[in-house]
Design a protein around this ligand. Structure first.
Ligand SMILES: Cc1ncc(COP(=O)(O)O)c(C=O)c1O
Length: 379
């Protein structure tokens, strides 16, 4: 099956009870047993739930993996990966990553004796400088949030394989429509399904997909033992979201390109960060590992003024000023006062999160309306 068919049919079959084409929302805690331990594969909904199973099968299919796992949030999914490790283990992570992931690594797992190295991965050979006998995991996010840096997944996988280290890729920004990290050699692909997979800003969820049965078994054990699962209603919503992922992503990419091109020509705009530009530092890698360049665009304005940036996002009428991304509606955010406000100015500026940086999640509205909105706000 091609990707655009897999989003609709991959891993799916009509519900065995009555032939429902969409899996019913099995809103149940438990399942009848004909004798102790004798049931139809479902005993208790933390361990398994038919609606969640339908979603997990779809997730595995669209990421070209063999096993899918759904969690209560993206961070719960990352938490499960980190629980594969033990005290004394080391992780090499990209230094430009979602702030919540950084917080989980440093404020929770460092306290349990796991050591993290945050490394610039635009040049993946940097990773090798931090590998030692304790290194157990490489953490890649590409494109990165909010600077849209690109990391070479295949090259990172080469280093991971050479040293027998797990490679996990946060594929939230790209989605499997744009890139499939397992095919490029990653061991685990992770999603905040809250974003493009759900696609309608109505659910918070996380997902993992793997090819290898041993890793899958360990993760299923953690999913059940730690219990950070999602409910059947949310599973249904994300399953429905996935069915239109390819058409939404196509429009996100078209609109993202239109907005990035418009901003790059605007006299008040200083820099535009979008991997589709030929002068993006890792444009060639993006072109090789991604099918298109996505709907996330960040930019700075001339003068780099904090108050001006806040005024600008306040003037937007079609773009909604809000956290999150990946929904059908266009969203704008000001990282310095929102997502990255807790990071000291000198530290956030090191990765490019300057006072005037604005991050856009370009939705699937008419591009001319989106451009007109930016035009009136830029003034
Ligand atoms: C790239 C990335 N990874 C992980 C997460 C965390 O996901 P969630 O908010 O679903 O816990 C986010 C959330 O914004 C994200 O943008």
């Amino acid at each position: 099956m091609k990707f655009n068919t897999k989003t609709i049919h991959g891993g799916q079959k009509p519900d065995p009870a009555y032939g429902a084409v969409m899996p019913p929302i099995y809103q149940t805690t438990t399942y009848v047993q004909t004798a102790p331990g004798e049931h139809k594969g479902y005993a208790y909904s933390r361990s398994h739930n038919p609606t969640r199973s339908a979603l997990e099968n779809a997730l595995a299919s669209i990421e070209n993996g063999n096993f899918g796992l759904a969690f209560g949030s993206g961070l719960a999914a990352i938490d499960a990966i980190l629980k594969l490790l033990k005290s004394g283990d080391e992780v090499i992570s990209t230094n430009d990553l979602y702030g919540g992931t950084y917080r989980l690594f440093t404020k929770i797992f460092e306290g349990f004796g796991i050591k993290f190295h945050f490394v610039g991965m635009e040049n993946v050979s940097n990773i090798e400088n931090y590998v030692n006998a304790n290194t157990k995991l490489i953490w890649v996010e590409t494109p990165t949030n909010p600077m849209l840096n690109i990391i070479d997944i295949k090259a990172a996988a080469g280093i991971a394989k050479k040293h027998d280290i797990l490679l996990a890729v946060d594929n939230t920004f790209a989605t499997p429509y744009l890139q499939q990290p397992l095919d490029l050699g990653a061991d685990i692909v992770m999603h905040s399904a809250t974003k493009y997979l759900g696609g309608h800003s109505d659910v918070v969820m996380g997902a993992l997909v793997v090819k290898d049965k041993d890793i899958a078994d360990k993760l299923y054990f953690i999913q059940n033992a730690s219990g950070a699962i999602c409910g059947p209603q949310d599973s249904f919503l994300v399953l429905r979201g996935i069915k239109t992922l390819h058409v939404r992503m196509q429009r996100h990419c078209e609109n993202g390109k239109a907005i990035a091109t418009y901003l790059a020509k605007h006299s008040k705009v200083e820099n535009v960060y979008w991997p589709g530009f030929e002068n993006h530092p890792n444009h060639d890698i993006a072109k090789t590992q991604m099918r298109d360049f996505g709907g996330m665009v960040s930019f700075t304005t001339k003068g780099n003024n904090y108050d001006e940036a806040i005024k600008l996002v306040g003037k937007l009428k079609v773009f909604i000023l809000a956290e999150s991304l990946g929904g059908v509606e266009s969203l704008a955010g000001h990282p310095a006062s929102m997502t990255h406000a807790s990071i000291p100015k000198e530290d956030r500026e090191k990765t490019g999160v300057v006072d005037s940086l604005i991050r856009l999640s370009v939705g699937i509205e008419d591009a001319t309306d989106l451009i007109a909105d930016l035009e009136q706000a830029l003034g």
